[in-house]
Design a protein around this ligand. Structure first.
Ligand SMILES: *Cc1c(COP(=O)(O)O)cnc(C)c1O
Length: 454
């Protein structure tokens, strides 16, 4: 069939409050043109993030009622642990309240001054947790991964030659090698099975543990099935097991590919490392059979992990992003290619070439999407990355607008609506103006900066 339908029926609905353009103009000005300041019930289509925004299934909702809230030894934990180990057969599984908590625990043990941790591209919380210990995060993605026009099928791949050279030069200070699947900070681009195996081999040649940041493991596995020679006939679950077979551990945010609203875990094979991590877990998250989560959350994750590897779901998931990107391309709206799994990235600097980077073309497009259609997206460009600790400002390498797709939440008519909003903006894009920042904090300004239109 040409039409890939949403492989679910809708049993519970959450009404969307429709708003008028006049109303949105007032709300946007009151929010100082920062989309993080909007109340979410003033948003029609919320594409700010795919994190924790998934729709739970009927089976997950009923699993919540089976949650056991005992402090120690809850059956919910053992269901969670069994579900994790079915896909990722690591010896130790430590629950955590979300992905960054798993990272903080891992690097409280492995980090420290003078150390460095290579990855394809560290996600921002991973980098922040590494750097909070005094260590350094190093990104070694292949060159194609940094080129928005490249059509390489696995733009998230590690440059294994550079990794090998890096480990030869800095080996003593490297506690582990990481790999993010899919590469979120690099546009949701996948990593091939061949590259995962090659990265593991280089890490192990230098005697380093190999840890996967597995947040979007199922999307990555489905890209492998679609794009990697010899993988087409295989079950996604088997591909997932192969992806993790050579790894020594993983960090995970269950707010991504586990269909949960909260949760995460750290998994490890090494007994001594796991023991040190467990001691830290008790200090910061909780007893090892709940790790900062309610029993019901553990059950929601256990059920979510069974559902996320469903191939009809994954086909619909990846098709949604590709469908929007293809239609935007026909409107001459440039996007990062090929489209990633969880999000569409629009190249705002190219689309609004009359707005210079320091007038924030990404912010201009994000504001226009809200005013025109009540769509909330996220600027990933000079607003987010242009501010330096010494108070200076420079243009980021790219000015992108990310539209992240919540899982199982929106339908094809929502996607068509998003495209129609772009169509209207494209027709009058030369009238769009840049922005200036009228107030900003010392760091992470994108969350709270106040803007004024130029
Ligand atoms: C979201 C994310 C994290 C952090 O997870 P949280 O649950 O948000 O703390 C880490 N790595 C990647 C790749 C992510 O997408």
């Amino acid at each position: 069939m040409k039409t890939i339908i949403e492989p679910f029926r809708i049993k519970t609905v959450e009404p969307i409050r429709m708003s008028t353009r006049e109303e949105r103009e007032r709300l946007m000005a009151a929010a100082s043109y920062n989309l993080f300041n909007l109340h979410s019930d003033d948003v029609i289509i919320d594409l700010l993030t795919d994190s924790g925004t998934s729709a739970m299934s009927a089976a997950q909702q009923s699993a919540l009622m089976g949650g056991d809230e005992s402090y120690a030894g809850s059956p919910s934990f053992f269901r969670f642990e069994a579900a994790v180990k079915t896909l990722f057969p690591f010896k130790h599984v430590l629950p955590a309240h979300q992905g960054r908590a798993a990272e903080a625990i891992l690097f409280s043990v492995l980090g420290g001054k003078g150390r460095s941790v290579p990855s394809n591209t560290h996600f921002d919380t991973t980098r922040a947790n590494i750097e909070a210990t005094g260590a350094e995060g190093v990104d070694l993605v292949i060159a194609e991964g940094l080129d928005p026009e490249s059509l390489h099928p696995f733009k998230g791949n590690m440059d294994t030659q550079r990794l090998d050279a890096f480990l030869t030069a800095n080996g003593a200070g490297v506690p582990c090698v990481m790999l993010t699947v899919t590469n979120n900070a690099g546009g949701g681009q996948p990593v091939s099975l061949e590259n995962i195996r090659a990265t593991a081999a280089v890490a192990h040649k230098h005697g380093k543990p190999f840890i996967i940041d597995g947040c979007r493991f199922a999307e990555n596995a489905y890209f492998i099935k679609l794009r990697e020679p010899g993988q087409a006939g295989r079950k996604v679950e088997d591909i997932v097991r192969d992806m993790f077979a050579d790894a020594d551990g993983m960090t995970m945010s269950a707010k991504k590919d586990a269909f949960a609203n909260i949760g995460g875990w750290l998994a490890l094979n090494d007994d001594a490392l796991a023991q040190a991590a467990r001691e830290r877990l008790i200090l910061t998250e909780g007893f090892p059979t709940y790790g900062g989560l309610a029993g019901r959350d553990l059950d929601a994750i256990a059920q979510g992990l069974k559902e996320i590897v469903d191939e009809d779901y994954l086909a619909y998931r990846l098709r949604t992003s590709a469908y929007i990107a293809e239609r935007l391309e026909k409107l001459d709206v440039p996007t990062v290619k090929p489209s990633g799994g969880h999000a569409i990235f629009v190249d705002a600097r190219r689309f609004l070439s009359h707005i210079p980077p320091l007038s924030y073309p990404g912010q201009s497009l994000a504001v226009a999407l809200y005013l025109e259609g009540g769509i909330r997206s996220c600027e990933i460009g000079t607003v987010m990355f242009g501010q330096h600790p010494d108070g200076t400002e420079t243009a980021a390498p790219m000015d992108l607008v990310r539209m992240a797709m919540p899982r199982r939440v929106y339908t094809q008519s929502h996607a068509d609506y998003v495209v129609e909003v772009f169509e209207r903006i494209a027709a009058r894009k030369s009238s769009l103006r840049g922005f200036k920042i009228v107030w900003q904090p010392q760091r992470m300004r994108h969350f709270s900066a106040r803007f004024a239109p130029l």
